[in-house]
Design a protein around this ligand. Structure first.
Ligand code: DX5
Ligand code: ZN
Length: 218
């Protein structure tokens, strides 16, 4: 396992005050940016121009989660905007290996995201080529949904794979992470914890992040 990293998800922040919201999560290891196209998921959020602006107001590495059809069209724009980590959905990429190679060639760390119903067997062939896996523990599209604990079996399979292959792959989990659910995710093998409502939904963000860190190892 890798050290715990907390990735506050801007989806639950106040979009009219993004710079202030980002300042309130100082100390976070990653800043999670949910990019939705209204097609792959039933919601529409932000794109590369906003990411370029975010880059100017923070040094926290930007972790861009592309919930879009045809992500290949956007990769260059996100690289130019300053994304450090970039995940594409396995369900949205017919030529996943090519897409992942392109993400790396553009200077970003590639990750693959998978929906709750997508199996470990579908993920395994791409694992040697990515830096991280983003396991969705809710159906993508919205913040504030309930954690689907059944995805933890998949996390255990990924964790076993990386041990067997001496891989430094990181396992990120996204959706329904709270002080009540984070420990079981950590025990299953997760390293990076996306938290939208559990951070930006609380008035004191530093306390919310500290709570998650304590709860992760409980
Ligand atoms: C959902 C997004 C998540 C979302 C998580 O599609 O990928 O990153 O912001 O929100 P919470 O932590 O509230 O479940
Ligand atoms: Zn996300």
């Amino acid at each position: 396992m890798l050290p715990v990293a907390i990735a506050p998800s801007l989806l639950s922040a106040d979009f009219a005050r993004l710079a202030d919201e980002i300042a309130s999560v100082r100390g976070a290891e990653l800043l999670h940016v949910d990019v939705m196209d209204g097609r792959f998921v039933p919601n529409l959020t932000i794109g590369a121009p906003v990411v370029a602006s975010l880059r100017k107001v923070t040094d926290i590495p930007l972790d861009c989660h592309l919930m879009v059809q045809n992500p290949d069209l956007l990769l260059e724009d996100f690289a130019k905007a300053g994304a450090r980590y970039l995940s594409v959905h396995i369900e949205a990429c017919p030529h996943l290996h090519r897409t992942v190679q392109r993400v790396r060639a553009l200077g970003m760390a590639p990750g693959v995201a998978l929906n709750p119903h997508t199996s470990f067997a579908q993920l395994e062939p791409i694992l040697p080529f990515v830096d991280f896996v983003l396991v969705m523990s809710v159906n993508p599209g919205f913040g504030g949904q309930s954690f689907i604990a059944e995805v933890l079996g998949k996390v255990r399979a990924i964790d076993a794979w990386r041990k067997a292959n001496r891989s430094s792959l990181a396992i990120e989990i996204d959706g329904g992470i709270t002080a009540d659910t984070i420990a079981q995710a950590r025990q299953a093998g997760c390293d990076w914890f996306v938290a939208g409502s559990a951070v930006f939904g609380k008035p004191d963000r530093a306390a919310a992040m500290a709570n998650l860190r304590v709860a992760a190892v409980r």
